[in-house]
Design a binder for this molecule. Sequence first.
Ligand SMILES: *Cc1c(COP(=O)(O)O)cnc(C)c1O
Length: 396
Amino acid sequence: MHDLTKKGLHTQVIHAGQGADPSTGAVSVPIYQASTFAFKNADHGAASFRGDKDGGFIYTRLGNPTIMALEESVTTLEKGFGGMACATGMAAVNLVYYALLSQGDHVVCGDSVYGPSRLVLENEYPRFGISADFVDASDVANIAAAMKPNTKLVYLETPANPNLKLTDLAAAIEIAHAAGALVCVDNTFASPLLQNPLELGADLVLHSMTKFINGHTDVVAGMVVAKDEELYKRVLKVHKNLGGTMDPHQAWLVLRGIKTLGMRMERAQDNCLKLAKFLELHPKIDWVRYPFLESHPQYDLARKQMRGGGAVMSFGVTGGLEGGKKLMDNLELCTLAVSLGGIETLIEHPASMTHAGMSQAEREKASITDDLVRIAVGCEDYADLEADLARVLDTI
Ligand SMILES: *Cc1c(COP(=O)(O)O)cnc(C)c1O
């Protein structure tokens, strides 16, 4: 088998983990829809439980060929040691917290990470004696200032949701490691195609594969990738017993989706950049935030850290919340729905939807203003997307 780690990303999304099936030659990885696997004899069973290389699969919560193919695929793309597929993105987030944190530990977390990733740290983990501080991670000095002797984890998301602020990963990781903390990066917005946090020194990277990796708005799924064997084994042990593992059919759908990640991301981000430039000049738009627009305050960092700006942007419509509502209620092609990274364009209003769980004051601190509209641009014809927005904006 040729070494796929040396191949380009567009080759990897198609081939990594997805070689012909060894037992049948099937070119598409089969769905091994089985909960348990027969041993050849007692010795084979014992070898399987020991994890020997002549052992086999045991039970799907502990490992399954279809799920393993997907783990290998994303691990290759993220340049890590080992991946752990999870039932949802939030199962991946909680796996990381649960596996790494103990009573008395402290977390430094970006203040505008995915809503529930923050909410569980505020509402659930304090019951186990785990505390967290939330900082504007677009200035790494805020991370340094929040580090405590008991800080065990720095949890980051860049680009952040939905304000598209960036964190300088190399600088943040250096600060965290100097203080003895591990770093986990939620790389959902960039996808492995545009940014690889493990290469910049992160310890763990995770994805909601519900978004770009699957890309077809028909699956929820998550993945954690560890940088080395020690960390992989530490998290895997917890993953198998915590139980937020994946179903084989779900894994197969994501394997199908990931094959077109390269083409989808290129087209969607091309549409997104064009739309960002169009909206930036539009008289009914107060501001636009997109990492690859020169007006983004961290444009230089975006060019340094990312291979592309991605396909999500936010903007403010004249007239604040009312203007935004009028826009969302009258679009025809863009669908009013949360989520992102799908092949179709979705638009939403974070203050009343995805980020309604935060208080107004917390939202303002995280630059999630009431006028902010988030658009996750899809792969439609650009002219049709522009026309849909232009038609409604003219009426505002
Ligand atoms: C959607 C999302 C999650 C959670 O994923 P689910 O699959 O919905 O559980 C986590 N992080 C980010 C950045 C997301 O967009």
